[in-house]
Each structure stands twice: as structure tokens, then as C-alpha cells.
Design a protein around this ligand. Structure first.
Ligand SMILES: [Zn+2]
Ligand SMILES: [Zn+2]
Length: 816
């Protein structure tokens, strides 16, 4: 009995007080161009047989670059046919030269399998494409090495398998013409920095087998051409250059067709205080889904620490209530559940994306409940979906959704992995999914032929979410978030040089490939006895292969093990282990909740058991930071902006239990953990005390601390990081700067590139931070602006108005 309704109907039903913006993304017709003249007939016919009669303009443009030997990155939207950008030049080369080979790298095995199907379907003779990954049976591997000309694999397999065993691949590598790097925006941070060196190692090994070394940044005619595919991002050419070490052309003008979407941005309204006592159970989800990662540490260097305590006393013990006593918004989960229920009532097929599994289940439960209240039985048309469902269960769900038996579905983004659900009427995105690429991927599920689709983004209590729903130009205008990585990180470079030396002794001629810091790092490795220097080069001295983890910066990861079963749930990098898996910590793994029994640092093991306590845990620490060196700075009168190396010393000293939902502090438990040292990169700004006084800043520590929190929250706007990748410290007087200072640092040894990006784009980053704080409707600061879910100082002191004044001083002085 479904009444077919237009999604527009749903749009009219959105709470007018919560809609901050409506954007109409118009239908785009798409623009095709003739096949490039160099595309051989059989290839053209193969595409025609698959229904492709002509390429979109961006596909041809990218393919032309690659065919001409220029490295290229194509950075266009989801489903814009990026694969053709590499298929055309690579397959054309293979048809022309029956020995030419290509290698394709994907971040996931599933994507590689997908691309294998697409390649195989083209049915080009003699290419014999094959996936080569951890699942490939041993007996097939030899055949692939000998006969496949198009090998689809992943960076881990390249690092652990192909490069160390390059001798077995020498025929393939000698003939290598194309290297394809799909979804290259996923190679960011420390992992991205490692992958950058894996690619350099590939270039070196190929150079050894080829007749010419891949010396210069423009490559040579004998070196393979790199074709990269990326989601739309800020400055794809620069990111691609950092990743490959090569000069890369960018094609970013998407010419594929697109259905129209009406995009509504929503911010749930603030809840009047009398309603707050009885918060819905859905709020249980919020603090939990945000747990994890290295926390930000604040203002606890000695002089400021005492100030902080004074301020706390003055405010009548606000600190004792933790950060949760501030104004709260109606939960994004509740808002999404209402939208889902409304949609189902109106016969609009809707999918809600929620970040955590518990959140997805809460949304489905709330929607079902309110539907059943309206029309008993209607609730049955809403379901929750989570990853881990069996294939048959997924197919059942798809079938029920396609038949209209199910109208509403709440899912985690696990749905992106396995269920074929497209052509929906509406998509609700509960909380900013982290990047514009994910946002469009999720919104892209909506839209049927000839129907205008609806997408709604519901902001959570978070500075970035709040900023985005009030600044639609950041979502719908030119992207600013760039994929950030830092191959010069010595904690990445050292193990990668060892891997390279293991594969073949490093020679002086190899060094430029690994960057200007390589000679110094090699000297250290020699001094430590890890490498041996001989006249012919640097040699690996160890037994076997260097043990290098592409996702870490040294140190043994802590294994999280379920005590009862011995099952390994996951690993936590040593830098975050004190915060995430200390004794008594509540640890989340794939939406399941565990409590840590013991953390054994000597054996690098945390033993946990399944439990769902009524509280979340929040580690408290004492941190100090010292400046090691300044790499670059801007002298702007009363304000200084710096980028450099810092040592962060921190000790987790206790943790709090806070009741889920109310945030009430249930008590503080001491912890006995050693101090930790982190050498990393930071961006910091200083202000003269006079300038702060002139600007009317009353509470200097509170203003700096609040500005620091919001700045960390907004950093993902300009660099694709998570706020958990970043730490911060603010102080009214820092011994190394002699001034009021705010530091924001990379939470990984050696830095991951986030602080560097923040330094380079500081004016727009801090402007967005200022606007986010100023634009928040709360009076004294809330989780949507200056409060941080991971403050090591219990969100105290904080001054929202002084944070705006502090940032105004900085922005008035900094050149834009
Ligand atoms: Zn606020
Ligand atoms: Zn803090």
C-alpha cells in the first residue's frame, strides 16, 4: 500500500528550524568525445560490445596523457568511469607490444577483484589479467608470474611479496609499461608515506631490470608510466607527486552525466534545558563512537597547570562535571530516525548512513518505534544493516528493499562493501562521514531515472560538522581537503631504506629517489649496525627480511586479545595504547564493547573481555612539549606562525568513568604507566601578551585552549585526517617561545604531514576555526564548537568568546 511520493515531499517535512542550507545539484548531461586516434580497433570494439560507444571527455584526456608517456592522476567523482583512463592506454600498449605488462594496485582485495572482472570482460586476447594477493593459491602464483601481463594486487603484497622476491618477477618487471594506482587518496598519513616508498622501491627495481634507470622526476621513456585515480580532492597533482615522486598531470574536470540531487544540510536544534534530564537512549552512542586514537593534550605544562586549577576553582568546579554539562543539541541519531520514519510514512525509499553499528541499530529501533505508534505494524518496514552479514542475508535484504517490502534501512558504511542498493529516493547521512569523497559515495546511492533524489546531511555535535552545515561552500564549492602524506618522515624512511637495501644494495645513484634526507638516515642506520657501508653501497646485515609494518612508525603494536578465547581482536599502535587500552578502559572493536583487564607493555598485549558497562572511559594525562627545531616560520608582528619539530612528553595518570548519555563523572581511577616520548612535527602560533590585552582577552588560558580544540576539530577540513590523528597543547607562557602559544602536532612519530599542511594553509584553516566558534549558537561553548571529546584536561579552562578574540588577533596579523 505504498503511496509513491516524490522525495520533495520529505524535504517539506524537514524541521524548518534545523535546515541550514538547501543545495540543488543540477543534472549534468555528460560530454563525450571521439575515441583518441591511437586506440586500436579491437579495443574500441571491446568497449562497444560493453555498450560504451565513446569516452567521456575526462577519460580521453587522462588516457591521452598516459599514452603520450606523461604520468597522470584523474580526480573525478564516484562512478565517473575512472578505470577507462588506465584501461585504454595500458591495453592499447599490450595490443601493440605483445610482451608489455602492467601492474594495478588497489587498497582492498575486493576492489582488485572488481577491476579484474571488468578487465576480463573486455576479453582482450593475450592479456591474461590476474589478481595476485594473500589469497592467491601457491600453485597459481608461478603461473601468474610467468604468464599474466596485467597483475592486480595491493601495496601490502607489493611490499611483502613482489619486491622482496623481485628476481622471480624479473621478466614481468623488465616489460612493465604501466603502474596503476587506484583510489590513491586512501594512501594518506603514515600509511601513505610508507606506500610512497614502496612505489619508489618498485621504480628502483624496475630500473635495475630495464635498460635505463628511472632517474629524473620526469622519468624516462623506458620507465613505466603511472596512472592514478583519486576521488575529488584539493590539489590532486601535488598529492600524486608526493606519492610517486614523479611530476604528474591532473585531470579533474568531470564530464560524466549525473542525476539531480537536492541536498539539505541540517543541524539539530539545541535542546531546552528542561528537556535535557531525560535524554534518549540513543545518546548512548555518541561518546562511544568517538572513542579511540591518540588524544589531544592540553595546557598542562607547569605554569599553566596551576592557572588551570585556579580557573577551575573559580568556576565552581565545572571541571568536576566534565565537559558534558554544556548545552546539548538534539541528537543527530534521533533526528535521523525521525527523518527515516517520515520517509517510510510517505513511501519514500530511504537509506540512513550512521557511523557506528550501535548508532545504526539505535536509528532503526527509534524509527520502528515511532512508526508502530502511528500505525501498528508499519515499523516492520524498517531494518538495520551491519557489516558481517552473510551473503544470503545481504541478498534477502536487497530483495526486500527492491520489492518495497522494506522502505527504510539504517546502515553503517559497511554497506559500501557488499550490498547492491542504488536508485533510492533519499539518503540520510547521520554525521559528516569524514571526506567529501565518502559523502558523495553515500549520497550517490540516491537517484532514479528522471527522479530528483534527496540527500540530507545531519550534523553531529562536532566543530567540523557544525562548520560544514553553516558553510555549504566548503561542501559544494572547490574542495580544500588534500590527501596528505610525508615520505621524508625518518620513522618511515629508515625502515623503507632497510627494505630497499634488502632487495638490492643501495647505491649512491639510488639516493635521490628516496629524498634529500636519505643520506643522513643511512648514516644513522650504519652507526646502529643495521646497514653496512661498503664501497659499492649500503648492505642489509640482518637475518632474513626487515620486519616493516606499512601502517606504523616503529614500536611494537599492542595486541588486543580476548582473554576467554585468545582471539586477536586487533592491534593498537604503541602511541595510543596508554589512552585506548589502559587497564579498565572501555575498548570498542567493530561496534562491540570490551573492557580491558590488563595492559602488559612488556609483552605488548592488552587482555580484554566482552562487557557493556554504563560508562565510557576517558584517560587523563600530563603533557609537556619542547621545541626541537623550527623548519619554517612567518613573522607577522605580534603573531608568529611556525612549523617544526617538537618533543612531546606525556604520561597517562588516571582515567574517568563517565555515565553514557548524561556524561556524569562516576569517579577517577589512578593509573601507573610510564611516560612516553614522541618526536614529531607541529604547527604553532604565538601571540604577544600586549596584543591579547588590546583585543580584550580576559581568560588567556581559556581562550587559547578553546581555540586549540576548535582548530584540531577543523583540521580535517584542509587535510584528510581524523581529529584522532592530531594532538594539541596550549599555554599562556611557553618556556621555548616565551609567549602565549597554541601547538597542534601530528600524533605519529616523525609526523604524517597534517601539521605541515595546516601550516601551509593556516589562514584559511584558522579562519574556518574562528567562524565555527563564532557561528555556534551556544552561549558558553559546547561539543559543536570548543569542547573536545578527548581533552586530557577535562575541557577546562575554556572560554568561547576569548577564543574568537585570540583568533581575530592571529587572522588580522597573518598574511592570507
Ligand atoms: Zn557551541
Ligand atoms: Zn583540551
Amino acid at each position: 500500500m505504498t503511496t509513491v511520493a516524490e522525495p520533495a515531499e520529505l524535504l517539506r517535512r524537514l524541521r524548518p528550524d534545523s535546515v541550514t542550507h538547501i543545495e540543488r545539484v543540477p543534472t549534468r548531461a555528460g560530454e563525450t568525445v571521439p575515441w583518441p586516434g591511437w586506440v586500436p580497433d579491437p579495443l574500441r570494439e571491446a568497449f562497444a560490445a560493453r555498450g560504451v560507444t565513446a569516452p567521456w571527455r575526462h577519460q580521453a584526456e587522462a588516457a591521452n596523457h598516459a599514452h603520450a608517456g606523461r604520468h597522470v592522476v584523474v580526480a573525478t567523482g564516484t562512478a565517473s568511469g575512472k578505470s577507462m583512463a588506465y584501461q585504454l592506454p595500458a591495453l592499447a600498449a599490450m595490443l601493440e607490444d605483445p610482451r608489455a605488462t602492467a601492474i594495478y594496485l588497489a587498497p582492498t582485495k575486493a576492489l582488485a577483484a572488481d577491476q579484474l572482472r571488468a578487465l576480463a570482460a573486455l576479453g582482450i586476447d593475450g592479456v591474461r589479467p590476474a589478481c595476485y594477493d594473500g589469497d592467491t593459491p601457491r600453485e597459481e602464483r608461478e603461473w601468474i608470474r610467468q604468464h599474466s601481463r596485467f597483475v592486480l594486487t595491493n601495496p601490502d603484497m607489493l611490499h611483502h611479496g613482489i619486491l622482496p622476491g623481485h628476481a622471480a618477477w624479473q621478466t614481468f618487471l623488465r616489460r612493465l609499461r604501466f603502474v596503476v594506482i587506484d583510489e590513491c587518496h586512501t594512501y594518506r598519513g603514515v600509511f601513505g608515506s610508507h606506500v610512497a616508498h614502496v612505489l619508489r622501491r618498485l621504480r628502483r627495481v624496475v630500473g635495475r631490470y630495464g635498460s635505463v634507470r628511472p632517474a629524473g622526476p620526469t622519468g624516462s621513456s623506458h620507465a613505466p608510466v603511472f596512472v592514478l585515480a583519486s576521488a575529488t580532492s584539493g590539489d590532486p597533482a601535488t598529492s600524486a607527486k608526493r606519492l610517486t615522486g614523479l611530476v604528474v598531470e591532473a585531470v579533474a574536470d568531470d564530464a560524466s552525466p549525473r542525476g539531480g540531487v537536492t541536498f539539505a544540510l541540517c543541524e539539530p536544534p539545541l535542546v531546552p534545558s528542561y528537556e535535557r534530564r531525560d535524554r534518549p537512549p540513543s545518546q548512548r552512542d555518541r561518546p562511544l563512537e568517538e572513542a579511540g586514537g591518540p588524544p589531544e593534550r592540553s595546557g598542562s605544562s607547569a605554569p599553566d597547570g596551576s592557572l588551570a586549577r585556579e580557573v577551575a576553582a573559580e568556576r565552581g568546579g565545572e571541571a568536576a562535571r566534565g565537559g558534558e554539562a554544556a548545552p546539548v543539541r538534539r541528537s543527530a541519531l534521533r533526528e535521523s530516525a525521525d527523518l527515516l520514519a517520515d520517509a517510510v510514512t510517505n513511501g519514500v525509499r530511504t537509506l540512513a548512513f550512521v557511523r557506528s553499528r550501535r548508532g545504526a541499530e539505535a536509528v532503526a529501533t527509534m524509527a520502528r518505534r515511532s512508526l508502530d505508534e502511528a500505525v501498528p505494524g508499519l515499523g516492520a518496514r524498517v531494518a538495520a544493516y551491519r557489516g558481517g552479514y552473510l551473503r544470503e542475508e545481504r541478498r534477502e535484504l536487497e530483495a526486500a528493499f527492491h520489492s518495497g517490502e522494506l522502505l527504510g534501512l539504517a546502515s553503517t558504511n559497511a554497506l559500501e562493501l557488499g550490498v547492491d542498493l542504488v536508485g533510492l529516493d533519499a539518503v540520510v547521512i547521520c554525521g559528516w562521514p569524514g571526506t567529501r569523497a565518502s559523502m558523495w559515495q553515500q549520497a550517490g546511492r540516491a537517484g532514479r531515472n528522471g527522479h530528483e533524489a534527496l540527500a540530507v546531511l545531519v550534523a553531529r555535535d562536532d566543530p567540523l560538522d557544525t562548520y560544514l552545515v553553516h558553510h555549504p561552500e566548503a561542501l559544494f564549492g572547490r574542495p580544500v581537503e588534500a590527501t596528505v602524506l610525508d615520505p621524508s618522515n625518518p620513522y618511515v624512511l629508515a625502515p623503507q631504506l632497510c627494505s630497499a637495501a634488502y632487495e638490492a644494495p643501495l647505491t649512491r645513484a639510488d639516493l635521490p629517489l628516496f629524498g634529500p634526507d636519505a643520506p643522513a638516515v643511512l648514516d644513522e642506520l650504519v652507526a646502529e649496525g643495521i646497514l653496512r657501508r661498503r664501497p659499492s653501497g649500503w648492505y642489509w646485515t640482518g637475518e632474513g627480511r626487515p620486519d616493516v609494518d606499512l601502517r606504523g612508525t616503529g614500536g611494537l603494536p599492542i595486541c588486543v586479545v580476548e582473554a576467554a578465547t585468545g582471539r586477536l581482536l586487533g592491534t593498537v599502535d604503541p602511541g595510543s595504547s596508554h589512552f585506548m587500552v589502559h587497564t579498565g578502559a572501555v575498548y570498542l572493536h567493530q561496534g562491540e564493547s570490551y573492557v580491558v583487564d590488563t595492559l602488559d607493555l612488556d609483552d605488548a598485549v592488552a587482555l580484554v573481555h566482552r562487557a557493556e558497562p554504563e560508562w565510557s572511559t576517558h584517560a587523563r594525562d600530563v603533557t609537556s612539549l619542547s621545541v626541537v627545531s623550527v623548519r619554517s616560520y612567518v613573522d607577522a608582528g605580534p603573531v608568529g606562525l611556525f612549523f617544526g619539530d617538537v618533543d612531546v612528553t606525556s604520561q597517562v595518570v588516571s582515567y574517568q568513568r563517565r555515565r553514557i548519555g548524561s556524561g556524569e563523572v562516576l569517579g577517577t581511577w589512578p593509573l601507573d604507566l610510564p611516560t612516553r616520548e614522541l618526536r614529531t612535527t607541529a604547527v604553532w602560533f604565538t601571540l604577544s601578551p600586549e596584543s591579547l590585552e588590546a583585543a580584550g582577552v580576559d581568560d588567556v588560558p581559556g581562550g587559547l585552549h578553546a581555540a586549540e580544540h576548535a582548530a584540531i576539530g577543523l583540521l580535517p577540513l584542509v587535510a584528510t585526517c581524523d581529529r584522532w590523528d592530531i594532538g594539541g597543547l596550549s599555554t599562556a607562557a611557553h618556556p621555548d617561545t616565551g609567549a602565549p602559544t597554541v601547538f597542534v602536532y601530528d600524533g605519529h612519530s616523525g609526523g604524517a604531514g597534517f601539521a605541515e599542511r595546516a601550516y601551509k594553509i593556516a589562514a584559511s584553516w584558522l579562519q574556518a576555526t574562528r567562524d565555527a566558534i563564532d557561528g555556534c549558537a551556544c552561549e558558553t561553548g559546547c561539543p559543536s564548537c570548543v569542547q573536545s571529546p578527548k581533552c586530557g584536561n577535562g575541557n577546562n579552562p575554556l572560554s568561547k568568546p576569548d577564543a574568537v578574540r585570540v583568533l581575530d588577533v592571529v587572522l588580522a596579523s597573518l598574511p592570507s
